[in-house]
Design a protein around this ligand. Sequence first.
Ligand SMILES: Cc1ncc(C[n+]2csc(CCOP(=O)(O)OP(=O)(O)O)c2C)c(N)n1
Ligand SMILES: CC(=O)[C@@H](O)[C@H](O)COP(=O)(O)O
Ligand SMILES: [Mg+2]
Length: 659
Amino acid sequence: MVIVSKSTMNPKPENTMPDSLPVTISQQMTLLSAIRSTDDLKKLTIAELQTLADECRKEVIKIVSLNGGHFASSLGVVELTVALHHVYSTPHDKIIWDVGHQAYVHKILTERRERMQTNRQFGGLAGFPKRSESAHDAFGVGHASTSISAAAGIAVASDLAGGDEKVIAVIGDGSMTGGMAFEAMNHLGDLKSDVLVILNDNQMAISSNTGALRHHLVNISLNKTYNRARKLVWKSLSLLNNGLGDKAKKAVRKIEDGVKAALTPGAFFEALGLRYFGPIDGHNMEQLVKALKEMQTLPNPKLLHVITTKGKGFKPAEENQSKWHAHNGGFDTTTGKLLKTADTSLPPKYQEVFGEALVELALKDSTITAITAAMPSGTSLDLFQNAIPNRFYDVGIAEAHAVTFAAGLATQGFKPVFAVYSTFLQRAYDQLIHDVALQNLHVVFAIDRAGLVGEDGPTHHGAFDLSWLHAVPGLVIMAPADEQELRDMLYTALYEVKGPVAIRYPRGNGTGITLHKKFTSLPIGKAVMAREGSGLALLCMGTMTGKALEVATILEKEEINATVVNMRFLKPLDTEVIEELASRSTHFVVLEENSAIGGLGSAVIDHINSKGLNRPVLKIALPDAFVTHGNMNALYKEIGFDTPTMTEKIRQFYKEGQK
Ligand SMILES: Cc1ncc(C[n+]2csc(CCOP(=O)(O)OP(=O)(O)O)c2C)c(N)n1
Ligand SMILES: CC(=O)[C@@H](O)[C@H](O)COP(=O)(O)O
Ligand SMILES: [Mg+2]
């Protein structure tokens, strides 16, 4: 195999009007609009493939500028995606995109171009690959580091069934930091199944990638001796594929292995049983196509290291890759400038209030440490990182490790705060139980994005945390009704609670309440009255309190005088308030933005039953189903969380009981 030198990195188009396409294209038509299926890509020359890539890049910029979505990651893999669909044949061959936030070009090329303007909208295309959406989406994704495991499973299934499909996992350097990726390579290397792992190395997760592997990958790219030796290795590979006899093949393979073991920084992957190739320039179509064609002929697990630039081809995104990881849309497609000025009148976001409060407290308390699993900006722990870098830890996409790491810190008298999205903490349930709760360690879980999150959809909704946290003995679980309560709950978690404690709060803006400078300790396990009433009791978790108050105001006009209680704590549950309410209420309604199974509703019903209080309870909660993607208003309407529907449900429930 010939490695293309830097000077040939951007080959000039050989002919701008391809005659190799099945359809005739007019002057105005782009190459992209002539593509009907991935079969059409097979016939394109390298220059045409590059033209197609340029058009796809423009298309991604246009789509995200209109409706928002994940951005810089797709721009970085435009050439890689085009090359993959040129060399491989999906859906027969299987491409598994890790996380899937970089798969927009894959979607455009696999018969979804016309629907891309519905991307992430209610009823439209999903923002991530989804098996039910297209046969070309080999595996459903959203969470990181799953691709190699899934690829191994698919390849083994093919081995068992005698299939001949090729299986390719495309995984970013950020996702490669996740434990599952290592576990999968360890297994795959032993299995010997035919899987190509493409390591898309752009030195970025959402923010800068972290960890020792990151430095290792930089070393590979910069190692001159290796890069010279690599040419020799690739030459031997070409020999291998060009008709040598079995004995000679073995001898060449031995030489190759020897050279690589001595010189290849990629020996790390080799040790795990994956033959390492690369690094190659992931924006050079010729190099990519050649490399992929070589990979296609090789049996067994192998890893192709591809170097790309996140945000490639859109200057603002290349210059600020983290900011442009995802975008809300509404920007100029050349300059990146916002077309409308941002609304500065909105209240601060819950995550910002959390991040600021934690810094305030940690500046006065040197035992507080902050931990993120690759989400410093999303959780606002970047504020802590800037203010107190020596007590800030970004562990990579490694939620399970983060929890046990926190447990270790806690054993030594530190107060670790792990800020993590609800959906990603699911990865670390065992660690939370076994390493933290069982040892009653004082670890604070700041559980962000609890409840529905909108456009990211079911892979990202924080729909279950109250249910699974509820089952853990000794864990204190709280949810603030507004941003002031979030500050006070953080303070309470750090200074009143002595064991494991979780605070769950939603994505997005707070209520706009005026924040006090002072922190207040909240009595543990005690609810607060938000509205006095009688007959009907509305018991709320977190921000559902605001919604319940709206409902109560509407019902008041109909002479239904509801009591609204902000429960504050799921655990310990305020059983006294439930018993007191039972003395003056005939009906209970529990409101929570969590699955109807196992959260506050279940806790209240259990207590009512255990005391023989005999009160009917209506649960207003998320359905026992995966909630789709779309904007929050559309989702709330879909599940009956809009104020009119909730009011009607509660009205009916109460009136039925009065008959
Ligand atoms: C388990 C899990 N934790 C966190 C995330 C949030 N997340 C989404 S993309 C991403 C960074 C991925 O980096 P990389 O794989 O290198 O892809 P790139 O965007 O650089 O192409 C993170 C942390 C996630 N999707 N899944
Ligand atoms: C792909 C991924 O998991 C993240 O990029 C996620 O979409 C971020 O969501 P927020 O916008 O809520 O931070
Ligand atoms: Mg990356």
